[in-house]
Design a protein around this ligand. Structure first.
Ligand code: ARG
Ligand code: ZN
Length: 475
């Protein structure tokens, strides 16, 4: 975490492996199979959200409005006890639906207080309620579960989910890992509010998203209650546990800051975390008001993780970040967290934007200009890995955190800026964050917005920078 120029380096695990090709069961096939059941045709929620990169992530047939998660983690035995109460709305008639949950033991499932049938099928927890649920019906699902959570290995070789550390757990769920610690609808298409009640041994701190509602110690344990009001994708939820030094304050803009820092990282982290209010202020000027009422950082000591994550309202770092990384994860609060993906293929909308925010920060704080960052990358030969695939179409889940997404994604934005000029460019960035705030956005919508603001036909530019194979020629 000491390299001065991280712009071109994606924040992912070092253990990149290249052998894994996703065994894809296209969701259309899954849907056909589901629909084939003669008695219940059309009333079974799909096992996936329709994302070809992660076909089983998320589910069909419902929207989770709210998660109420009650967790107890024993940092010695590594045992997790969990109870999840989901407030759900059916988007179709449902005689059966899936939640995503990987590992752990489920001891009971209730729907509206009545015991429901359930079975495990890989990462699917298949729930059969006693009575069919009507389209638009609101209902509650209660799942009790326990066990030793285990991280998943992503197609790129990195670990994701509940990652144990020497003093607790580093809990980061992008793209798949939320299902390693709570049952839910594990795809960014579905966003929900959250409550967390997390009990850990006294002396440890459990840090989740949003504002701290309360904390009390009894019988050698401390319980932390967190509330995340603004809608959040499951992968951005955290319940990181460790021995942390805690700092709390409110910024001049009324944002409630909560920082939790592992003592081993405290000295290196301090000067960087001090900049958080000014970074958020600077980003608010560029991108529009900060989208959440809470902010902060979790700086863990998790040397095997190899990446940071923009956990909503409170980014999570595996070690003390540099300023560029703080700027990157903070920019994600607008781009990725408030404005969410509808498909992992569009990941450049998160990573290209957060990387470009680093370039802009440097440019406006006495460092290299964005043009210089662009030029340094463009100078790389056609054989360089930077040009291995186009950022708008990474091809599979294995590539979503790879250099072309981050660096060429940022280059695409720089080319847009060159084409439309600074005034329209910054109007576009701000309009994107404002118009899709607390919602979703697709690449097609971004292109449309850029064309609307600038009055220019930008299809050629975006085609070249987002979709064309190989190193683009300069116009
Ligand atoms: N979104 C994170 C960042 O760029 C990277 C997450 C990488 N996750 C992973 N499983 N490799 O800040
Ligand atoms: Zn990022």
């Amino acid at each position: 975490m000491t390299a001065p120029h991280r712009q071109a380096s994606p924040r992912r695990g070092a253990g990149l492996r290249r052998e894994a090709v996703l065994a894809t069961v296209p969701v259309a096939v899954a849907a056909l199979l589901a629909a084939a059941g003669p008695a219940s045709a059309g009333t079974i929620g799909a096992s996936g959200a329709g994302d070809p990169y992660f076909p089983l992530s998320g589910n069909g047939g419902y929207h989770v409005k709210h998660y109420d998660l009650t967790l107890r983690y024993d940092t010695t035995s590594r045992h997790l006890d969990g109870k999840a109460v989901l407030t759900v709305r059916a988007t179709q008639k449902l005689t059966r639906f899936d939640l995503d949950l990987k590992g752990l033991k489920v001891t009971g499932v209730k729907v509206d207080g009545t015991a429901a049938g359930f079975r495990r099928d890989g990462q699917e927890l298949v729930v059969t309620p006693r009575h069919a649920l009507r389209k638009d019906q609101e209902f509650r699902v209660t799942v009790t579960y326990n066990g030793t959570p285990k991280a998943v290995t992503d197609p790129d070789g990195s670990a994701d989910g509940w990652i144990r550390t020497d003093d607790g757990a580093f809990v980061a769920g992008e793209p798949q890992g939320a299902m390693t610690w709570f049952p839910g609808n594990n795809h960014p298409k579905d966003k929900s509010s959250y409550d967390f009640t997390i009990t850990v041994p006294k002396g440890r701190t459990a840090v989740a998203n949003g504002v701290l509602r309360g904390q009390h110690t009894a019988n050698g344990r401390t319980t932390f209650r967190w509330h995340q009001a603004e809608p959040m994708a499951a992968y951005l939820a955290t319940a990181t546990v460790g021995k942390f030094k805690v700092e709390q304050y409110t910024t001049s803009d009324g944002i409630q800051v909560y920082n939790a820092v592992d003592a081993r990282e405290a000295r290196a982290a301090a000067p960087v975390l001090k900049k958080l209010p000014s970074v958020l202020k600077w980003e608010s000027k560029l991108f529009g008001p900060y989208p959440f009422r809470a902010a902060g950082s979790i700086v863990d000591h998790a040397p095997d993780v190899g990446y940071a994550l923009e956990t909503q309202s409170r980014p999570l770092y595996d070690s003390a970040p540099d300023v560029s990384t703080l700027v990157h994860e903070s920019a994600h609060q607008w781009f990725g967290d408030s404005v969410s993906l509808t498909a992992w293929k569009d990941i450049w909308l998160n990573e290209g934007f957060a990387t470009y925010a680093e370039w802009l920060y440097s440019e406006q704080h006495g460092g290299d200009s964005a043009q210089k960052s662009f030029d340094a990358l463009y100078a790389r030969p056609a054989s360089d890995h930077l040009w291995a695939f186009p950022p708008g179409d990474p091809g599979s889940g294995k590539n979503i955190f790879d250099t072309p997404v981050y660096a060429r994604g940022a280059m695409a934005l720089h080319e847009l800026r060159q084409a439309v000029g600074d005034q329209d460019f910054f109007t576009i960035l701000r309009a994107w964050a404002t118009e899709h705030r607390a919602g979703h956005g697709t690449t097609a919508q971004f292109v449309k917005l850029a064309e609307r603001v600038s009055g220019k036909d930008l299809d050629g530019l975006f085609h070249t920078w987002l979709y064309q194979q190989g190193k683009p020629n300069k116009a």
